[in-house]
Every structure is written in C-alpha cells, then in structure tokens.
Design a protein. Sequence first.
Length: 207
Amino acid sequence: MRALRSGRTGRLRASVVGAAIAIAASVALAGCTSDPLADQYRDGDSKNYIAGDGTVTEIAAADRGEPIEYQGTATDGSTISSSDLAGKVVVMNFWYAECAPCRAEAPDLEKLATQYDGKGAEFLGVNVRNQAATAESFAQTYGITYPSIVDTDGALQLAFTGKAAANAVPTTLVIDAQGRVAARILGQVTEPSTLDTLIRDTIAETS
C-alpha cells in the first residue's frame, strides 16, 4: 500500500510539474499583457509569499506605548528616519517585488498616497527582500512615487517587533504623529476605503 501511494504521489508530482512548465511556457509565448503573479494571487494561488488575511487591528491612543524609532536607506541612497517624519502620520507598507498581493495593492496605495500628499500623511515603503535596483524597477512599473527603504537586514522590521509586527507580507501600518502604531492591516489592502478611514481618523487625532 505504501509503495502504491508513493507511485501515485510521484506521478501526481510529475503531472503538477509538467502543468506548471506548460503554463509558464504559454505565459512567455503570450507576452506580458497582464501581471501573471498578481493574477495568480487574485485567483487564489498562494505562491511565493506569506500572506495575511487582511485583518485590521486598531490600537487605542492610550494603549500605543512609546514612539518607535527607526532608520534606513532608501532606494535612492538617502537616509530616512523616524525623526525625519516626526509630527506626521506615516503609512508604512512592508512589501517585496515578487509578492503577488503587493503587486495587486500597489495601485491603490499609490492612489491614496497621491490623495494625502501635503494633507497630513506620508507614505513609506519597506522592501523586505530586494536590492535597490529591483525595488526601483517595481516603482517605475507600478507608478509608485513615494520612497521605499531597503530592509534586507531586517532592522526596520525588528524595530516593530512586539509592537505591531509585520508578520505577513504585505503589511501596512498607520503610525500616528507621535510615532506610535495606530493601526495595522495584516495582508493585502483589499478595501482602500478601510485604509483611507484609518488614515483620516489618525490625522484627526492631531487636529
């Protein structure tokens, strides 16, 4: 019985591999008329990323603890730190280029970043896997105008551990004007209106 199961498993794996190769070949021949990785994600194919379920956590002001200090190097070589953004609401998105839900949410994040430009909130990406060139290429492809820190050493992720850790990719944090995490979306931002409300409410705290 074990041998039979092993044989069936082997044939099944071979079939899966064959099917994957065939799909990859057909995509290559068809050309890049869409984003295959993002399409796979929308179709429910959980390849190549650790996904959250979109859970939204809001933290009452009295429970936010101390401000979180961080610093990192952006893709253009500049240094960005918590002190640079002091007094501003910060929307911090943890991502990497091969992450399907990161690609799927990118246009919505850029739209919100444009909406809040000069209106109380700053957007900041945190790339957890890629080098600067890859991150820059992603930004150009998806029209992302806000900066991203390259955090391949995990220093910035570590800064938020125990506070509102980025336990999935993507994760989006809303950080209040005092530098404390006010809200977290664990997983893709599937409802931009939800993030919009979180940002607006956090800005309102300082008015």
